[in-house]
Design a binder for this molecule. Sequence first.
Ligand code: UD1
Length: 417
Amino acid sequence: MQKIEVFGANKLKGQINISGSKNSSLPILAATLLSSKRVYLNNLPKVKDIETMINLLKSLGSKIKFDKKRLIIDNSKQNKKFASYSLVKTMRAGILVLGPLLAKFGNAKVSLPGGCSIGTRPVDIHLNALSKLGVKYKIIQGYVHATAPKGLIGSKIRFPKISVGATENLIIAASLAKGITILNNCAIEPEIKDLVNFLIKIGCNIKWVAKRSLKIIGVSEINETTYSVMFDRIEAGTYLVVAAVTEGNLNIKNVIPNIIQTEINTLKKIGAKITVKKNEIHIIGNRKIKNMNIKTAPYPGFPTDLQAQIMVLLCKANKKSLIKEDIFENRFMHVAELNRMGAKISTNGNKAVVEGNINFAAAELMATDLRASVSLILAALTAKGKSVINRIYHLDRGYENIEKKLKKVGAKIRRVN
Ligand code: UD1
């Protein structure tokens, strides 16, 4: 099994190019199932989750190939409606094929998803909302067996809680439903806006009618299109924290800074010097890091996907900080490993008290989920000596070429077998 070795405590300087967004590419790939025309996608990140979604689409009968950096998807002969456990188990976004398969065929059998072990992560909101479009379902031996006897029919739906995945599944499904669907209390993450822009480009009729409300008029025709997915805002945020925690000096390129304004403001308050250009953010980490209380929230709040990374930074603050995790109930699995490196973090339910003034010590570590793994790399980058991070397949699910990108700016990091 592969590991990553980090020899820490040197300052990082240079430029990092941000890849395309994993969390945008996944629903867009699922949404291509609506089409029987060709779709050309640019800027997909080369990460494991995208490979898994491509394999899932292929198992459903999609013809997919890379032409240089562009992915060509041909669903003209796509005819299967069964998404197996073996493909959905590692990636929760597998459930996103349910909406488009039901919209296209009126029935589907999709495995309940896996993904990071950061909470129970049910799909009840997806299923209840789909049933309002006329879907009947049963869960048998880990599979959702769903049918829409009269096809999908537009409806008015209010999500009981903001859910990124349920919003995406419903937007995609409603795009081909008969009549009008109104979705209220939608997630408004930038990746959802990217999905909506993609769907509009293939001919769907979708409009934002209020901050968290969408009006979708079902269509029957889908166009051929070329689309470029947005930048990965979590990857960008991660490298901003890398600069802040290593007292580095980094230019983060290929981004749209105003999309990550919350993260930029947070890092400024903590003490980093940040200047912003059109598609670039320049950040210089400060030796003095100020403590801060942070709670995660749906966009435009502070992202849960950056909680583990910011925790590493707050371990170096002048005083104690508090972190409240308001999205997932079990997302502090990095804490035990960070404490093994010398951090003093205590948790109580969804709250963590993070003591400051910590110098991390190098250690052998075990990654537990995608963002937890990257937080261990961040801590290791600041620790003198050799740290070894095991189970890095979690990392490979969502970070493209992380060791290459960090090496380019001066980190001593390598992948070993
Ligand atoms: C997406 C992101 C993930 C991010 C999360 C929150 C992708 C591929 N993944 O995950 O990186 O951390 O948004 O920003 O885009 N919930 C239910 N029932 C449901 C659905 C969700 O109870 O049917 C709960 C979840 O357990 C969680 C909360 O709602 O506590 C938010 O989850 P959701 O927004 O759906 O996250 P994902 O779409 O899974």
